[in-house]
Ligand binder design. Structure first.
Ligand code: NAD
Ligand code: UDP
Length: 324
């Protein structure tokens, strides 16, 4: 009998890639999503498969899944600063109530559950690079707090279900990840720059561009998540690519990649925007024998190839004007 896994956020960027991976591994996959930031086009190729089923459901409400479940991956949550500023209450609810519902479901089904946490739990970090032992520097009432604090609560309730109810839990702290199926207008820096280049607009850098990030290609992340789920380690693990770069350097790489003749323009830095971020991946290396394999040059090329043939309509499409 093949194993059965529930993946929430299945129509989103990461959720859809996880569906593909678990289908390829021979799992029965139940995808769940309410499509608030996701898109069914990301998983439409899976609909004909017997090994895939989809439920359109808001996981912040009681979750009913018929039949057995061996594993649960909770990836439902708005994930870009623009998204969670547009829908702050839903963001808080899916990280808190949604996670509570999924932990309850895991307890009921005796399933192992993996929760998608984030480098945002470290806030604007004062320790660099960030190891899992660092407790973070988060503004509890700032604009990003709806996401950061929901994710911190998510980790707390997950550990509590593990220690109090004895359920098998895994926590992945994901650092900036990119690849095909990101929403071009979700405001994250990579789709922002590529979208601007393709539309013939100037590239917008927030602040002076000296802030750093470290970008991981999606296939590397998915491999790390797969290994973490199959491991017996129940404490948080950073998964990300430690190859750190300033946003100024990143913009130059995108200009070179796309060949755009547009210039860079500078906008104000959003409040509480982290000045530096880079994962310490020692734990992933020793516990999971994992490290990223795909260079930024290679990953950016694959990602640009995905977006470069988008139609004018696809380039202009914004979720917000349609949905919010
Ligand atoms: P995404 O917006 O592409 O996907 C999120 C999906 O969750 C969407 O399909 C959305 O419709 C769905 N969703 C949101 N609220 C829901 C609800 N209440 N019920 C059901 N479905 C709901 O974002 P993503 O980049 O794929 O992020 C997925 C997860 O990974 C999130 O939990 C995010 O916090 C985490 N994460 C992502 C990154 C990254 O770099 N991509 C970094 C850190 C953490
Ligand atoms: N950023 C930018 N221009 C944009 C979008 C983002 O300079 O058009 C900056 C943003 O201020 C941040 C970095 O790029 O410093 C990464 O932003 P993103 O929203 O992708 O992720 P996060 O801040 O969550 O790491």
């Amino acid at each position: 009998m093949s194993k059965r896994i529930l993946i929430t956020g299945a129509a989103g960027f990461l959720g859809s890639h996880l569906c593909d991976r678990f289908i390829a591994e021979g799992f029965q996959v139940v995808g769940m999503d309410n499509l608030i930031t996701g898109d069914l086009n990301n998983i439409k190729h899976l609909f004909p498969l017997e090994s895939f089923e989809f439920q359109n459901h808001d996981v912040s409400n009681f979750i009913d899944v018929k039949g057995p479940l061996d594993y649960i991956l909770h990836f439902a949550s708005p994930a870009s600063p623009i998204d969670y500023l547009k829908i702050p209450i839903q963001t808080l609810k899916v990280g808190s109530l949604g996670t509570h519902n999924l932990l309850g479901l895991a307890k009921e089904k005796k399933a192992r559950v993996l929760i998608a946490s984030t480098s945002e739990v470290y806030g604007d970090p004062t320790v660099h690079p960030q190891p899992e032992e660092y407790w973070g520097n988060v503004n509890p009432i700032g604009p990003r707090s709806v996401y950061d604090e929901a994710k911190r609560f998510q980790e707390a309730i997950t550990m509590a279900y593990h220690t109090f109810h004895g359920i098998e839990t895994r926590i992945v702290r994901i650092f900036n990840t990119y690849g095909p199926r990101m929403r071009l207008n979700d405001g994250r820096v990579l789709p922002a720059f590529i979208g601007q280049a393709l539309r013939g607009e100037d590239l917008t850098i927030f602040g002076d561009g000296s802030q750093t990030r470290a970008f991981c290609y999606v296939d590397d992340l998915v491999e790390g998540i797969f290994r973490l789920l199959m491991s017996d380690y129940s404490y948080p693990v950073n998964i990300g690519n430690p190859d750190e770069i300033t946003i100024n350097e990143f913009a130059e790489e995108i200009i070179k990649l796309t060949g755009t003749s547009q210039k860079i323009i500078y906008h104000a830095l959003p409040q509480d925007d982290p000045k530096q971020r880079k994962p310490d991946i020692s734990k992933a290396k020793t516990i999971l024998n994992w490290e990223p394999k795909i260079s930024r040059e290679e990953g950016l090329k694959i990602t640009y190839d995905y977006f470069k043939n988008f139609t004018k309509e696809q380039l202009e499409e914004t979720k917000y004007s349609k949905e919010f």
